[in-house]
Design a protein around this ligand. Sequence first.
Ligand code: F6P
Length: 541
Amino acid sequence: MTKGPASLTDRPEWQALVGHQKDLEHIHMREQFRVDPDRANRFFISGGGLSLDYSRNRTTDDSLAKLMALARACDVPGRIEAMFRGDAINLTENRPALHVALRAPEENPLVSEDLDRMEAFVEDVQQQRRTGRTGKAFTDVVSIGIGGSFLGPKLVSEALKPYCLGQLQSHYVANIDGTHIAEVLKRVNPETTLFLVQSKSFKTQETLENSKVARDWFLANGGTEQDIAGHFIAVTANAPEAVEFGIDEDNIFPMWDWVGGRYSLWSAIGLPVALTIGMANFRALLSGAHELDNHFRHTPLEQNLPVVMAMLGIWYSNFWGAETHAILPYDHYLRSLPAHLQQLDMESNGKRVTQHGEPLNYHSGPVIWGGVGANGQHAFHQLLHQGTRLIPVDFIIPLNSHNNVASHHATLFANCLSQSRALMSGKTLSEAIEELVGEGLSEDQARSLAPHKVVPGNKPSNTLLMDKATPETVGALIALYEHRTFVQGIIWDVDSFDQWGVELGKQLGKGILPRLTGDSDQSAGAGDSSTDHLIQLFRRR
Ligand code: F6P
């Protein structure tokens, strides 16, 4: 591997941002809005069916120019092209990251072939040419997978529930906590359930153990070894292991090593989604993502949604000390978006060395967290408003709901807007005193209570809009965050497509399990007294 560029923090563009942050430190966004009525118009961009209002950020036009100068200095445009070209941008694994190819089947015969195969399978199930072992139509699909083989498809299954054709229900099993699979199996009928074993590596302990439980349950409930072929499908890049597990070769859908697990929902990993919403809707999901890909590839940085969102994230993480970033979808259907983005971003950019192995002297990815609005307003928003930490927020809300229940959507929208406004403008001490006096408190009482009512404001947020959560806009939304993550990885000079850090826990787990079950020599310690003590407690239970 060749050595990387000069340290990021030595770049003049970085240093310019350090100075610029000091200039803005004491400027309140309230004031920026007051003196600049056009702010909301200027800080508003669109692409791929999504629009972003980023006016409520601690930025000026100059900040944006400086952030884009840093992006150019780090060759963001060149790296974007390298990704689309299929260069081996995942340096530590020496392979491309070509999830974008999965969204452009007409340009990629291999992808197109896979999609056609998925389509034939989905139609066979839907039209009951393929049925359960007793000839009954399939009613349930249980997807067994974890991480990227779980979070993306689960998110999309929920997000596109209004598009479900109604014939099949999807269920997801991820955890090695036996409760997860036990509860799912209670709800399904072995005669009419299709199992999808979803694992790129086909080596993941949780997935393999849960799949064995599903197979045993199937066999214990009337199925025979011969029937397994009709009820168990695998999606994997490791076909030999799947065959070894007992899955019929014809029932294996491929995954490619040039698509990372957390970027794989667009591949056959999306099968549980396609089975429930149909192939036309699944293709619409891909085309929405593809539209966003085109926006990302061809739009100047200043109007480029993923680039602008990425650089704002860098601004807060590296220049304002923000340690976390909140994702707040105001849409029940998008409730699993924070969990998916957590893996996408934290597994991609939770790195400590550059692509070339040198320790970082700046922070890489922040903690990504969040939850659905308006519920969070009655739970954790207090800390956003009055806590001591700076937490940038992404509000995500469709203009239209699939469910026009009373005036709920307008109320939901009002809640979202009131939160972003409150975060931005806050409430001053004099406003708090005036309000309390207006409520009948004496001047003294008002002065004593007012500090508790002060909301400093000046808290940044983005508002991301779409017309409605459709296959196209949901596809675009997920692709937007994938590219945001990629751009931040470029700036931090990390490999956003590997995940070596998760391996250590897996390795150590292999040594601990036989000690817990008594299958290995107990005399040697595990290496630390805490682990030994907890192993003893487990064995004595
Ligand atoms: O443990 C992390 C991880 O490797 C993720 O990157 C991946 O999405 C997940 O496990 C599941 O992996 P697989 O699809 O190979 O079972």
